[in-house]
Every structure is written in structure tokens, then in C-alpha cells.
Design a protein around this ligand. Structure first.
Ligand SMILES: CNc1nc2cc3c(cc2[nH]1)N=C(N)NC3
Length: 373
């Protein structure tokens, strides 16, 4: 399922290939987030034009609406959304934590109030696996418990025990029901927890590796902790994860954070930032982010960035600023397209640099230029 093609000689960065049911994914990879079955404002053809290899969907959102029955009737999420490349679905653990109200965590699962209509619901490891099988994603995330940041050590310790026991229940469900779901074998990734404690991160990683999954995510990061805590959580987890399996840092991050993580041996990333900040007028450039509403761009004839995709580079900053201030939907689409292209190119350039054995130099020069302005 995963093959390491090249390792940078002076850091932990590696280049790899993931063979999935809907195609091959090169790593390091950035995965656009398509929470409700769409990457906001963009058509699947545009995602292909961007070179997106794999996108994310969310079990929690799609379970609540339109519901797994509808999606199953269309043959799974790929057919429903007409996206025929790989998809990864998150398990709902984090979304219940971050979105639902009145959460109650029990050994059985998480009881909560649906954030759409307030109805009481219960998500369990088995149900999360069942929903993801119905979605037919290429990679399904295990159902985990996400400790808030900050939290007491005791809480983190108890929580990671629950995450491991839930991982075992997911594994039992998979072995009993291995969903080929008509769209080929679905892979499953465990999620390492343990919050900010190195020994708990090690314990969580070892327990998940013992259960043996197709890949491993580092969870409990990008939940409001300081950047150095995020880096340490990865440094304390990666050494206990198998070299020959993909590693996925969930929910992050900025371009510099992604490069720092690649240098620490992380292969996969997802973040809503590129598309979310686009809807607020922020565009990423090699000289750092710009806010298109800024008066400075009123007559600026240049494209958003020198590395912009032709699909967007044909428009001046002045024109996009006008559209954005006029509330034109095209502004949101152009900025979303541009920002995703920026993140996808960052990953593609990182892959090249790793193959050339020059990743540290690439990382340093990118971050220097990106942060100097
Ligand atoms: C935006 N930050 C973020 N941190 C995350 C952490 C997790 C996650 C999603 C995240 N997104 N999904 C999980 N199932 N568990 C851990």
C-alpha cells in the first residue's frame, strides 16, 4: 500500500507512493478538505486541473446530512460527488468534539446533540466504521477521543486508553466486515493521541502499532496548542511509527509548519485554511499571505503570485480585489483555487527537493522568503 521512494540524507523527509483503491497518491501530499462532499466553491474538474490527488470528506457531517443511506444508494461518496480519485474520511471523533453540543463520552461511544437540529445522537467506533464503509472512502480514520488543549495529564492518559480500546473495536469491526464496498479495499489509519506528554505519545503509538493499521495519524495537534507543542507531539510520535507506513498530521498547517513536519518524517496533511481564508480575501504568495481587500492592490496589474496557475494568473490583483469587494462569488472561487494550488505546489516542490536530497535547503529558502516580508 505504501512504498518509500527516496529519503533525504540529512533529515527525516521521505518521498513515497500510496496505492489506493481509486488510484496512486504521491507523498508528501496536501489533501484539500471537502467536508460535505465538496471542496468549497470548486468543481471536481477544477480540482483535477489543480492536480489534487486525494481529498477529504467528513463522516460526522455526511452522516447527519444527507445520511449514509442516500450516499450508499449512489454507490458511495465517489459516485455521489463524481470524484473518481482517492478520498480519505475522518471518523467523526474530532467533529463531535469541535462541533456538537452537550457531548457525553462513555466507554460505548460519544453521545451528543446534533448541531443541525439538536436531536440526540450517539457515535460509536462500530458506527463510524459502518458509515465510512458506506461512504466507500479509500482511507477511513479510526474513531478516536480527542483531548482538548490544554488538558490534565490524567485526562490525556485516560483518553488515550479509550482511543486504544476504540481502535481495537474498530479493528474487530473491520475483520468481521472488511468492506470492499465495491470500490476496492478500504484502508484504515490509527490516530496517535497523548496530548503534550512524550511518554503518553509513545504509549499511544506503540498500542496502535501493536494492533497494526495501514497508516498512522498524529491526532490532538492543531487544536490550539502553541506551534512548539505541535512540533514536539510529532517528534514524540514519529519514532514509534513504522518506517514503511504513511504518517498523517491531522488538520495542519501553514506552509512553514507543513515543511517543518515533512522534515520530521510526516507524509500527509489536510487543512481547511487554504479555502477558508480564501473566503475572507486572503491569498498565499511566495512572499507570505496578502489580503486582497487592501487598498495597495487597487491598481495592481500583477497576478496574485508569480507561481499562480494560468487559470487564475490571467486576472490582475486589481480585478480580483474589485470582485471581492463587490461580493462576487467568482472572487471566492479564484482565491480558493489559487490557495489550494499554492499548497499543492508546495507539496510537489517538497517531493522534488527530497528526490534531489536537498529538502533542508528548499525548506530554509522557502521559509526565509515567505516570512521575510
Ligand atoms: C484543525 N485541526 C485539527 N486537529 C485535528 C485532530 C484530529 C482530527 C482532526 C483535526 N483537525 N480528527 C480526528 N479524528 N482526530 C484528531
Amino acid at each position: 500500500m505504501f512504498q518509500v521512494l527516496a529519503r533525504d540524507p540529512s533529515c527525516q523527509a521521505r518521498r513515497g507512493l500510496m496505492e489506493l483503491a481509486h488510484g496512486t497518491v504521491e507523498t508528501p501530499i496536501f489533501m484539500p478538505v471537502g467536508t460535505q462532499g465538496t471542496v468549497k466553491t470548486l468543481h471536481p474538474d477544477e480540482l483535477e486541473l489543480l492536480g489534487a490527488q486525494i481529498i477529504l470528506g467528513n463522516t460526522y457531517h455526511l452522516w447527519l446530512r444527507p445520511g449514509p443511506e442516500t450516499i450508499k444508494e449512489f454507490g458511495g461518496l465517489h459516485k455521489f460527488a463524481t470524484w473518481d480519485r482517492p478520498m480519505l474520511t475522518d471518523s467523526g471523533g474530532f467533529q463531535v468534539w469541535s462541533l456538537a453540543k452537550l457531548r457525553k463520552i462513555t466507554e460505548e461511544g460519544v453521545r451528543f446533540q446534533n448541531h443541525l437540529d439538536g436531536s440526540r445522537m450517539m457515535l460509536t467506533p462500530e458506527l463510524s466504521m459502518e458509515i465510512q464503509a458506506a461512504l466507500g472512502s479509500d482511507i477511513a480514520m479510526l474513531f478516536d477521543e480527542c483531548p482538548p488543549y490544554p488538558c490534565e495529564r490524567k485526562y490525556a492518559e485516560t483518553s488515550l486508553g479509550l482511543t486504544t480500546r476504540w481502535a481495537k473495536r474498530c479493528k474487530d469491526w473491520i475483520e468481521k466486515n472488511q468492506p470492499t464496498s465495491g470500490t476496492g479495499i478500504q484502508r484504515h489509519f490509527g490516530i496517535v493521541q497523548g496530548s503534550i506528554w512524550a511518554d503518553l505519545r509513545e504509549k499511544s503509538a506503540r498500542e496502535l502499532v501493536e494492533l497494526d493499521f495501514d497508516g498512522y495519524a498524529i491526532g490532538g495537534v492543531s487544536v490550539g496548542e502553541p506551534e512548539e507543542e505541535m512540533m514536539r507531539a510529532v517528534e514524540h510520535s514519529v519514532p514509534f511509527l513504522p518506517e514503511n507506513k504513511p504518517r498523517y498530521a491531522m488538520g495542519l498547517g501553514t506552509p512553514p509548519q507543513i515543511l517543518e513536519m515533512i522534515g520530521r518524517g510526516v507524509d500527509m496533511f489536510d487543512c481547511v485554511m487554504p479555502t477558508r481564508v480564501a473566503r475572507h480575501g486572503q491569498a498565499f504568495t511566495l512572499d507570505g499571505p496578502i489580503h486582497i481587500k487592501n487598498l495597495a492592490f487597487e491598481r495592481d496589474p500583477r497576478p496574485l503570485c508569480e507561481s499562480s496557475h494560468p487559470h487564475v494568473a490571467r486576472f490582475s490583483r486589481a480585478y480580483i480585489r474589485h470582485l471581492f469587494r463587490a461580493g462576487e462569488i467568482l472572487a471566492l472561487r479564484l482565491l480558493s483555487f489559487h490557495n489550494l494550488h499554492f499548497f499543492l505546489r508546495l507539496a510537489a516542490n517538497a517531493r522534488e527537493a527530497i528526490s534531489e536530497g536537498k529538502f533542508p535547503e528548499f525548506k530554509e529558502s522557502f521559509i526565509r522568503r515567505y516570512t521575510q516580508s
